[in-house]
Design a protein around this ligand. Structure first.
Ligand SMILES: [Zn+2]
Length: 477
């Protein structure tokens, strides 16, 4: 294409050097290059790529666990370098997130809507904070872009930084000064530097000559800027009004504290240039991952009925069962009562006994079928009151405490999850296939599951359900 050349001249040049002429936008190294803003059609391939990838999987046939795995994998279908250069527009983000949400809860993009059982913001929390650990695309995008901000602080002389300086200013005598992102700035510049005010909060300055660090508003002394630590007057600045009131007792004491604070720093400054440090993790330094975690620092945790989410995720059991337990611990399992709240309809009777409304606590605690199963598993149902879902994990803790430490305890912690899964499966079979319910079958199914999981641990010889922990024999060599 001819830049700043009349068209004929461009064509003549192309003929001379034997090139074909093309129009913007073109792809350079896989990225769209164009004049002005990226147009909708340049960004749409991103969404299509996602859509294609998700549609290729038979999500409907997969468990939540399988879908969760694919949901994480699909991020790799996205060109990461696109995300690390361009800020994805909100509209595109929303479309992609809708696709991901539907894939997790529904398995397909079409067909009957299924309830999205847990808020997406909770799904995107880390597992230790009560979420499923799905990555949030917006924050991933921003964390990737913030790498440029970090580099801006360090690479004052690199070609890319100089290009931005020439066009938008910045740096100068101050290694930190950001480019001016005006309304007419390119979308590339806006995307990268739009977040610099927020980003600065995560930078802590190690003082050298003190030329770059702002005394009052940067973080260098303590974990917060001095203007936050000593809020003397509006905006952290001295003002005439403050000066008149300086002997108000509170301000006098703040002044004194500030003076003491600064005295601690006397003689501690180096000679070189001021150096930026990544404040959230000074030892590890800046990484995209750390930046992602820092961006999400104020989110979560949410409370789960099991207490510590470790109780679910650290277990060596299939992932689909972990997700099931997580839903149960969120109190969001799609029981009939919950379904009727969501979609209407008055068929709320328990799928096992048919004698009471099917709530989670009825299904797993009060109903006579689980009661029989719990007794068989060695849980004293007269003593362990299943008032709420949390009671299931209380029973789990008791079983674990009774077992010997080591393998036997690990296996003991399989009993409650296996029983919960069996109850749920039996309930589903009863409702959807009309299968009759037998306690013996439930017991045998649970024992088979525990045996299977235990075999994955190695060193376990035999496991039976019935009488509980006494029947878990640990194989000792
Ligand atoms: Zn029941």
């Amino acid at each position: 294409m001819a830049v700043n050349l009349p068209e004929e001249q461009g064509q003549a040049l192309a003929r001379t050097v034997g090139c074909t002429e093309r129009e913007f936008p073109v792809r350079v190294l896989g990225l769209p290059l164009c004049r002005g803003r990226l147009k909708k059609e340049d960004r749409d391939p991103l969404v299509e790529r996602f859509q294609r990838r998700l549609a290729g999987w038979k999500g409907k046939l997969l468990s939540y666990g399988g879908r969760l795995t694919l949901l994480q994998a699909v991020l790799s279908a996205l060109p990461l370098f696109f995300l690390s250069v361009f800020r994805i527009p909100v509209g595109v983000l929303d479309r992609i997130e809708t696709l991901r949400r539907r894939f997790l809860w529904q398995g397909t993009q079409e067909g009957t809507a299924k309830p999205h059982l847990v808020k997406w913001s909770t799904v995107c929390l880390r597992k230790e904070d009560g979420g499923l650990g799905v990555l949030d695309l917006r924050d991933i995008n921003r964390a990737l872009l913030s790498k440029w901000l970090w580099r801006w602080l360090h690479e004052t002389d690199s070609p890319w930084a100089r290009t931005f300086q020439d066009r938008y200013g910045g740096h100068g005598t101050n290694a930190r000064i950001w480019p001016t992102v005006g309304a007419r700035a390119s979308s590339l510049c806006k995307g990268i530097f739009g977040d610099c005010a927020e980003f600065e909060q995560a930078v802590r300055w190690e003082i050298g000559t003190g030329e770059v660090t702002r005394f009052w508003t940067d973080v260098w002394c303590g974990d917060q800027p001095l203007c936050t630590q000593f809020p003397l007057g509006s905006g952290g600045r001295w003002s005439a009004a403050i000066r008149r009131n300086i002997f108000a007792p509170e301000e006098a004491s703040q002044l004194q504290a500030l003076a003491e604070r600064l005295r601690e720093w006397e003689g501690q400054f180096g000679d070189g240039a001021d150096r930026p440090r990544w404040a959230p993790k000074p030892n590890a330094g800046f990484t995209v991952r750390n930046s992602y975690i820092w961006r999400r620092r104020d989110l979560g945790p949410v409370t789960l009925a099991c207490g510590n989410p470790e109780k679910i995720w650290s277990q060596k059991i299939p992932r689909k069962i972990k997700v099931f337990l997580w839903l149960l611990a969120q109190e969001r399992l799609l029981t009939r009562t919950y379904r009727s709240k969501w979609r209407g309809g008055d068929d709320v009777q328990c799928g096992l006994c048919g004698a009471a409304p099917e709530t989670a606590i009825h299904l797993f605690g009060e109903c006579r079928w689980p009661q029989a199963l719990w007794r068989e598993a060695g849980i004293d149902t007269a003593r362990t009151q299943f008032h709420d879902i949390a009671g299931l994990w209380v029973a789990d803790a008791e079983l674990g405490a009774r077992a010997e430490a080591g393998r036997a305890r690990q296996v003991a912690h399989f009993i409650v999850p296996a029983s919960m899964w069996v109850i749920w499966r039996t309930r589903n079979d009863a409702i959807f296939k009309g299968t009759r319910v037998y306690t013996e079958n439930m017991g045998a199914f649970a024992a088979a599951l525990i045996r299977e999981w235990a075999s994955g641990l190695g060193g376990v010889r035999d496991v039976t359900l019935g009488g509980g922990e006494r029947h878990i024999t640990e194989y000792r060599q």
